[in-house]
Design a protein around this ligand. Sequence first.
Ligand code: TMP
Length: 211
Amino acid sequence: MKRALFITFEGGEGTGKSTQTALLAERLRQSGNRVVETREPGGSPDADAIRKLLVTGETGRWSVTAEILLNYAARESHLRQTIVPALENGAIVICDRFADSTRAYQGYAGNGDKHLIEQLDRKVVGDHQPDLTLVFDLDPRIGLERAVLRGGDDRFERKGLEFHNRLRDGYLAVADKFSARCSLIDASGSIDQIATSVWQAVAPHFEDTAG
Ligand code: TMP
């Protein structure tokens, strides 16, 4: 039996989660599941417009409060226009980043208002919480090397190692707080090793469908 499932991938930069979202989507499709791959910020036309505001310009363009509000504005559109319709159609939604990114980036690493984040989360995400969240954990120095090798994106360097150490701690705190839906993935191994860990976390959610 096929079933709707909402899976989110989380973690710092250079942790390899985008590669793994694509591998998981492919594996699930091969088992006959309908899969919608999406990402944040973005994932709907209006949310993509907000993404452009968030990821371009100077590092200090937005206050942390503005970043929280913009991310939740984008998330509201993404949920309404993409995620919820896909789940209602019985698809598996795989989302590269979601609300835990706001908790970790703005709440922990950016020292933003965690109470505001949870208030917005109740209002915007409400009952549409992920069924499963894979939190990719990696030493930020390794993530930095990988991000540099990948090229083209220097946000990691611009924010600095200290920010990314706080980010890692933030993700560990989030995984602990929401332990019922979060699985910690050791992202230091090879692509195959990480894919195996991802599958071990995902498979129990639909043992009878994905094989
Ligand atoms: P990425 O698509 O390369 O992961 O870039 C998205 C950036 O936005 C990344 O640096 C993480 C950041 N981000 C936040 O700071 N808060 C959020 O809520 C989300 C979804 C992303």
